[in-house]
Design a protein around this ligand. Structure first.
Ligand SMILES: [Zn+2]
Length: 291
């Protein structure tokens, strides 16, 4: 029984990764957002970003493979000869952290403490052992934003509770009005909530509301083009609308299967069965589980 649950958990996790791994093919390409600030699309893994400071470069996220990370470093070298000194991780998913071995060892690696825990667990896999020297060296805890200056660049690292995972960190550059938000927003599909990593849709609503309070006009998410506040508002509204529908149906006494049917998400005979819980299922579980 326990084995079955473990196997299912692995399947759920892999399916989650597969859902996130749909990236444009080809090498990563860096695009300037503002003076000193770039985002890097493509390559194997999620979008990343980098900021050219006075003495070194700060990179946000690490792609999925060593090769993709090195290709990203080649993009950085086209912009500056300064070395990468710091890496900030938005969360622990493989398409954001598994490329870390492409960086030289000994960097400052910043992440939320829950992200570090997830990474420590994931890197027990012998296939990921090369990543053990890249566990975060500095962890962020609590909900108070951590402010930092690097030369003329001001950073705010913000954590506002579990959402996509239990360790989503937002990197905000107040002067440039740019925020790197990891996988807190998807476009053209439902948000992905890693319930097995402590993610929640209720938390996601709170975190998106917090993101909307930032004085930013450009938001870089892991799997889409740069976003505006209007895009974040639309994503938030769609989640809240679905939560309200699920709540109303639960109050009518409907079962999860009924709710899926009503919302057009029932399994179709002959179609592959979803191996990871979809958003509606997660919302149902959140609203019915005993606190
Ligand atoms: Zn993710």
């Amino acid at each position: 029984m326990t084995k079955t649950i473990a196997a299912l958990t692995v399947l759920v996790f892999l399916a989650g990764l597969a859902a996130e791994a749909q990236q444009p093919s080809g090498p990563p390409v860096a695009t300037k957002l503002k003076d000193r600030v770039y985002w890097v699309k493509g390559g194997n893994g999620a979008n990343t970003g980098f900021v050219v400071g006075t003495n070194g470069v700060l990179v946000i996220d690490a792609k999925t493979t060593t090769e993709a990370c090195q290709a990203m470093l080649a993009e950085i070298r086209k912009v500056t000869p300064l070395p990468v000194k710091t890496v900030v991780l938005t969360h622990s998913d493989g398409d954001h952290v598994n490329g870390l071995a492409g960086f030289p060892k000994g960097l400052t690696i910043i992440a939320h403490e829950n992200t570090r825990k997830d990474m420590q667990e994931a890197f027990k896999d012998p296939k990921l052992a090369a990543l053990l020297p890249y566990l975060p060296t500095r962890t962020i805890t609590g909900n108070r934003p951590v402010e930092e200056m690097d030369g003329t660049i001001r950073y705010k690292f913000t954590y506002s509770g579990p959402a996509h995972t239990s360790g989503d960190l937002v990197v905000f550059l107040p002067a440039q009005k740019i925020a790197f938000i990891g996988d807190l927003v998807f476009v053209g599909r439902d948000p992905l909530i890693h319930r097995q990593k402590g993610g929640t849709s209720i938390g996601l609503v709170q975190v998106l509301n917090n993101i909307l309070t930032l004085d930013a006009d450009t938001f870089i998410a892991g799997h889409t083009e740069p976003l505006t506040k209007a895009d974040i508002r639309a994503a938030l509204a769609s989640i809240q609308e679905k939560q309200a529908k699920v709540k109303a149906l639960i109050q009518e006494g409907k079962s999860l299967d009924d709710i899926k049917k009503v919302l057009g998400l029932a399994e179709v005979p002959g179609q592959p069965v979803r191996r990871f819980p979809n958003l509606i299922e997660i919302m149902y579980l959140e609203q019915t589980e005993k606190k």
